[in-house]
Design a protein. Structure first.
Length: 407
């Protein structure tokens, strides 16, 4: 294998043994030192299965049925599990999609990075702590010494993802797999995290596999791109050539899906469907033994806007700017500190829970992270049916099941 090729995947095949369905159909790719290789495609195309197969972390429901994954002169599929554990972290590391679910909520972030170092190195005591602090500083976490003792929930989404990057880099791997590393982040933090990955790729001569569905991320971050469709790589090219002259119709559709900010369409409506007038949401700041209110955090401070029927209204801003708080206020999940919220002319801002119930059918929300917002004890069908029952749609079990199938 060439000196600059850090990882080679050859004819990788994965099946669902229960049904015989082939999930990956002969995937081949190469990762080179100092380069970012982007693997793109829609959900279900096989991107994440590819990364998990490389790490030998596939769920039991899936089986590797063919192919090879070479790191140096080693085929990872020939290694025992104990040998593979030495490869993970030391030779090949991974950044997962959602840092909040990947991090342990009952351990400090410093302890979690230290645990990785403890498993793979001889560092202990103060030397171990100092190495973690050094890693935090390298990935741009402010006050790295102080952040060592923070729990995941005490850090912003961007800082959580930086902790994941620090953990992945702790044992100085040659290869980094980043599975949708910025999906849950706002665009400002996304740019910072991707810039950090790009910088570390060059400075550490990492070979990076970037898994994403975001063509904008690919265009500005990757050196080479491969397009996956139904378990196969259907196109592969240097990133500039790919965007200049895509060869496959599916690739062209992915590129065409990039937002076009040059076209606008105005929608005139007589009465706004939703109208916000000087909306304020303040959170009290309490101090002392008696927890007296000493100040207020102005999460939303005097926002006014109106949305017409058939209109898409984009509300953008960095983490902590008040976007989600405003959304919760519209849903009557946060009490207003001032202002009015009108839906079809009716003031719904101060309605009691029972009074708000008829509006729940008409004002719905899609949360940011499905994994965190869906009950893991229920099937997806039961989760969808739960809303129909709680909102009193009056459907029989058969009618509910039919509706779920349609959805």
């Amino acid at each position: 294998m060439s000196d600059d090729i850090r990882l080679r995947v050859e004819d990788l095949r994965v099946k669902l043994p229960e049904t015989g369905e082939e999930i990956l159909k002969g995937v081949s790719l190469e990762l080179r030192a100092g380069k970012i290789f982007a693997l793109v495609g829609e959900s279900g195309s096989g991107k994440s299965v590819t990364s998990l197969a490389v790490m030998r972390l596939l769920p039991e429901a899936l089986a590797i049925t063919g192919g090879a994954v070479q790191v140096g002169e080693q085929d990872l599929f020939d290694l025992s599990e104990s040998s593979m554990q030495n490869v993970r972290g030391r030779r090949v590391a991974m950044i997962f999609q959602n840092a909040m679910t990947a991090l342990n909520p009952v351990q400090t972030v410093g302890q979690q990075v230290a645990e990785t170092l403890r498993l793979h190195t001889r560092l202990r005591g103060d030397a171990l702590r100092q190495r973690v602090v050094q890693l935090f500083a390298e990935v741009g976490i402010p006050d790295p010494e102080g952040r060592f003792s923070f729990f995941p929930h005490q850090m912003s989404g961007g800082q959580q993802q930086r902790v994941m990057i620090a953990m992945a880099l702790a044992c100085e791997p040659d290869i980094l797999i980043a599975d949708e590393p910025t999906t849950a982040l706002d665009v400002t933090i996304q740019k910072q995290v991707l810039g950090l990955v790009r910088e570390l790729t060059v400075s550490r001569q990492l070979a990076v596999l970037l898994i994403t569905h975001d063509m904008g991320v690919v265009r500005h971050t990757a050196d080479e791109v491969a397009v996956m469709y139904r378990g196969e790589i259907i196109e592969r090219a240097p990133v500039d050539d790919f965007f200049r002259n895509p060869q496959q119709a599916y690739s062209r559709r992915l590129i065409d899906a990039l937002p076009d900010l040059t076209h606008f369409q105005s929608i005139a409506t007589e009465t706004p469907l939703l109208q916000l007038e000087d909306v304020k949401v303040y959170f009290p700041v309490r101090k002392g033994v008696l927890q007296r209110v000493v100040d207020y955090t102005r999460a939303v401070d005097g926002v006014s806007l109106s949305i017409g029927r058939g209109e898409t209204y984009a509300l953008v801003g960095e983490s902590g700017s008040g976007k989600s708080t405003l959304g919760r206020a519209i849903l009557n999940l946060e009490p207003l500190s001032g202002g009015r919220i009108r839906f079809q002319g009716e003031d719904i801002g101060g309605l009691a829970r029972r009074q708000m119930l008829p509006y729940r059918k008409r004002i719905q929300v899609i949360f940011q992270n499905p994994y965190s917002s869906m009950n893991p004890r229920l099937s997806v069908g039961e989760i969808i049916a739960e809303g129909m029952v709680s909102l009193g749609l009056g459907l029989s079990v058969e009618e509910r099941n039919e509706r779920i199938g349609q959805l």
